[in-house]
Design a protein. Structure first.
Length: 269
């Protein structure tokens, strides 16, 4: 009887510990979810090709693209309009004398995201080498989705959409800062805010911690300055959340940056 009572007591103790662990785990998960709103605003940098790196090794279709695969997929997709792209892509590039453009105004569309496309159950193993790349062409304000094959280095499919604005990348956020700094009204204020907190000059967007989100003109309906941002949605527009590393936030919430037109507007949000 004594042994049974001891076993029962031990079981109760284990049960209480287990319940306490579950409560602690639940509280921890709640904290993670509560912080998700901040994490969702963070942006990833645009993939950049590095000619010094070897060709990407093709991973299993069930895994994520590696960094090397993402860079290679972006390179293939960006080059598609003028090289081995579809007939539609080549026609689009011919119609525009300067071809596709990125956020900085350079040649080639701006890479936004790369991922491995869903694999159909009936698909063969050759789909392992496929990657889906999202690009934004600033020359035509078009979202481009291209499926590329990492083995053959060819574009398998390409589609274009107008008026679709995915979250901005870090590269685009930095371009938005450049637009503000070049603005005669807004640039001095941003530089002054930075200098007052750091004692240093603001010369590059890389000196700032940036978060950003896409902005649609419909959000400004009924507020002062709405007409200034009425083309946002058709154009690529962003709002910035700017922080000085180790310091305070700089309030840029009323500034909307039209990256397509390379200008900033202040609205009464």
């Amino acid at each position: 009887m004594t042994d049974n009572a001891t076993d029962k007591g031990a079981a109760d103790t284990r049960g209480r510990r287990h319940r306490r662990w579950r409560v602690s785990a639940a509280l921890g998960l709640t904290a993670v979810l509560a912080g998700g709103g901040i994490a969702a605003l963070r942006t990833a940098g645009s993939p950049a090709s590095d000619p010094s790196e070897p060709a990407a090794a093709v991973a299993s279709h069930s895994g994520r693209l590696t960094s090397a695969e993402s860079r290679e997929a972006s390179r293939i997709a960006i080059d598609a309009a003028t090289r081995s792209g579809t007939a539609k892509d080549r026609q689009k590039a011919t119609e525009k004398s300067d071809g596709e453009r990125n956020a900085a105004g350079g040649s080639g569309a701006e890479p936004l995201d790369t991922r491995r496309p869903p694999r159909a159950k009936s698909a063969s193993s050759t789909t392992d080498s496929r990657a889906e790349v999202q690009l934004y062409d600033y020359a035509s304000d078009t979202l481009i989705t291209r499926v590329v094959d990492l083995r053959s280095k060819k574009v398998l499919d390409s589609a274009r959409q107008h008026g679709v604005q995915p979250p901005p990348t870090l590269a685009e956020a930095r371009e938005a800062v450049k637009v503000i700094l070049a603005d005669r009204r807004l640039g001095p204020g941003l530089r002054e805010s930075y200098a007052s907190q750091t004692g240093k000059r603001l010369t590059s967007p890389t000196q700032l911690r940036l978060q950003s989100m896409s902005f649609l003109g419909s959000r400004a309906k009924g507020v002062d300055g709405a007409r200034k941002v009425s083309r946002c949605g058709e154009h690529r527009c962003v709002q910035l959340f700017v922080r000085i590393p180790g310091g305070k936030w700089i309030d840029t919430s009323r500034i909307v940056i039209d990256l397509s037109a390379r200008r900033a507007a202040v609205i009464g949000l």
